[in-house]
Write a protein of this length. Structure first.
Length: 137
């Protein structure tokens, strides 16, 4: 019996520590911790980005005869709007990391997709090969 006694004490100590740890972790998960107000989550930053008018953006102009604005950056995505030639749009710097070869005005271009906003407030993805920084006539 004396040989089993140290093992039994070790098991009891282990179970007591395990129970204390479980209780402590439940208390940590259940507590109402407040986070600093100056730290914003990604969605708060994005929401602010979509609602403020003081943001810096670049004005781009549509060069394609009719450029499709889509909900996602690929050709199989749903078309949100068709942008006419020479329309001005706001570009806030968001673009895809990949490039795609697409035929625009009988020219094959290898460009990324960019996220833009129209004057009417519609937002979506367009192929960058159909845009330019310079207003065309």
């Amino acid at each position: 019996m004396s040989e089993n006694s140290p093992l039994r004490l070790e098991l009891i100590a282990f179970f007591i520590l395990a129970i204390v740890f479980v209780l402590w972790s439940f208390k940590q998960c259940d507590s109402d911790q407040t986070y600093p107000r100056n730290k914003k989550t990604r969605t708060e930053k994005k929401r602010k980005r979509n609602t403020t008018n003081n943001e810096k953006y670049a004005t781009l102009y549509v060069t394609a005869d009719s450029l499709n604005m889509r909900i996602a950056p690929h050709l199989d995505s749903i078309v949100v709007a068709r942008l006419p030639r020479t329309e001005a749009v706001a570009f806030y710097g968001l673009r895809t990391s990949f490039r795609q070869k697409i035929n625009i005005n009988n020219t094959i271009k290898n460009e990324p997709w960019v996220y833009i906003r129209t004057r009417t407030g519609k937002e979506g993805w367009v192929y960058a090969g159909g845009l330019t920084f310079y207003k065309i006539k």
